[in-house]
Design a binder for this molecule. Structure first.
Ligand SMILES: NC(=O)c1ccc[n+]([C@@H]2O[C@H](COP(=O)([O-])OP(=O)(O)OC[C@H]3O[C@@H](n4cnc5c(N)ncnc54)[C@H](O)[C@@H]3O)[C@@H](O)[C@H]2O)c1
Length: 380
């Protein structure tokens, strides 16, 4: 019997529009699902480019107006791959039209905007998910599983760092990524992934310090309103401590993110450049084996391994989207989906707290962002 079809409408044909289209196409090849995604319509503002993308990505149709996309009766899931400043508006309209919503990260450019999107999906009662795809890299998923199983003991320290060189060249022309109201900060762009992975593994963040700098302050004769680089010291609700650093001006660093957890009895380290591996240091190992074990996160006992190639062949960036969208489609139409907009809003609150800590040069509690001043009581 043919599988029921799920109509997909993607807003935005850029890098993420391409990544998500690839994933919807690949996922039925890699794993069995209760439904079959069908690429109904893609939107973008440039007629020539969006029509070309629609043909290349395998869509049945295209439009230059996302409002039209969300009203289509044959679209069940609206997948938002536009700049962050547009997310809340598109997500809210899609939810009001009764569509399930998948939104790329960061959920918005401010906590207030993220909450408006969260309220909209809750009011409409629709499934919702935010694009924290790196959770779905097999080695990162394995790291989370090992932390939960106590492989490192009680988590004490979390270090999450993302270095890229995408903004190094001052000749890169101004676009939405340099506009705080449309693209958001480096804290929200790179940091949102780091904060998501760190809080997934170590629990909520309580307070942060912060520092930010913009080294190239003008592009195409326009003022840049985002940070090039930021960092934060972090205290988690659990008492664990941490460090986040995100930079888009680190020369010869292409997409180098690393996340490390030091617990009371062990250490786990993930480095994106070796994304099929996980380093594990076990305190109880015999002294003669002092050092870290290099786990190949591809064994059939590991997350996602059975959906992919034989052990040793490895997966790449695209697999994170296939795994992510595959997990969501597997739960169609009842859910639950995760990480959802509530997670997206919680991550945004930490981003806003780092931003505020940097501009006010002080430690900021996350509840300063999430709880209105009148409702805040002093901590004991
Ligand atoms: N999860 C990841 O690994 C990852 C990687 C890159 C980007 N992203 C996120 O994906 C989103 C899109 O990023 P991208 O790299 O694909 O961008 P992009 O510039 O490649 O594409 C942006 C798309 O949005 C459209 N667009 C631009 N401005 C718009 C507006 N004002 N209204 C409506 N549509 C508009 C463009 O026409 C284009 O189709 C962002 O939120 C970004 O943070 C996620």
């Amino acid at each position: 019997m043919p599988l029921p079809e799920v109509g997909i409408g993607i807003a935005g044909y850029g890098m993420m529009g391409k990544a998500h289209s690839f994933a919807y196409t690949a996922v039925p090849v890699m794993r069995s699902l209760p439904c079959r995604p069908r690429l109904r319509v893609i939107s973008g503002r440039d007629e020539e480019k969006v029509s070309r993308a629609a043909a290349a990505y395998g869509f049945e149709s295209w439009t230059t107006d996302w409002h039209e996309l969300i009203q289509r009766p044959d679209v069940d899931i609206v997948d938002i791959c536009t700049p962050p400043g547009t997310h809340a508006e598109i997500a809210s309209a899609a939810a009001a039209a009764g569509k399930a919503v998948i939104c790329e990260k960061p959920l918005a450019v401010s906590y207030a905007q993220a909450v408006s999107a969260l309220d909209a999906v809750r009011t409409a009662g629709v499934l919702n998910a935010v694009g924290f795809n790196y959770r779905r890299l097999p080695a990162v998923s394995l790291m989370k599983r090992m932390v939960d199983e106590g492989a490192v003991g009680k988590v004490r320290l979390v270090r999450a760092i993302w270095l890229s060189d995408e903004f190094v060249d001052p000749a890169i022309p101004y676009d939405w990524r340099f506009d705080r109201s449309m693209g958001g900060t480096t804290i929200a762009d790179l940091g949102s992934h780091l904060i998501d992975m760190a809080t997934w593994m170590a629990g909520d963040v309580a307070e942060v310090s912060g520092q930010s700098e913009t080294f190239v302050r003008e592009r195409s004769n326009r003022a840049v309103s985002v940070d090039d680089a930021s960092s934060a010291l972090v205290r988690f609700e659990s008492g664990a401590r941490g460090l986040f650093e995100m930079a888009r001006v680190a020369v010869r660093r292409p997409c180098d993110f690393t996340i490390e957890v030091n617990g009371s009895s062990g250490t786990l380290v993930f480095e994106y450049a070796r994304l099929n591996e996980l380093l594990f240091g076990e305190g109880a190992d015999e002294p003669g084996l002092y050092g870290m074990r290099r786990i190949r996160a591809e064994h059939e006992s590991h997350p996602y391994a059975r959906s992919w190639w034989p052990v040793g062949q490895g997966v790449g960036y695209g697999a994170s989207f296939v795994n992510h969208l595959g997990d969501l489609l597997e739960r169609w139409p009842d859910g639950p989906w995760e990480p959802d907009f509530a997670t997206g809003a919680a991550v945004q609150a930490v981003c806003d707290a780092i931003d505020r800590a940097a501009s006010e040069r002080r430690w900021v509690e996350v509840r300063e962002i999430t709880v209105p001043p009148a409702a805040r009581t002093r901590r004991p």
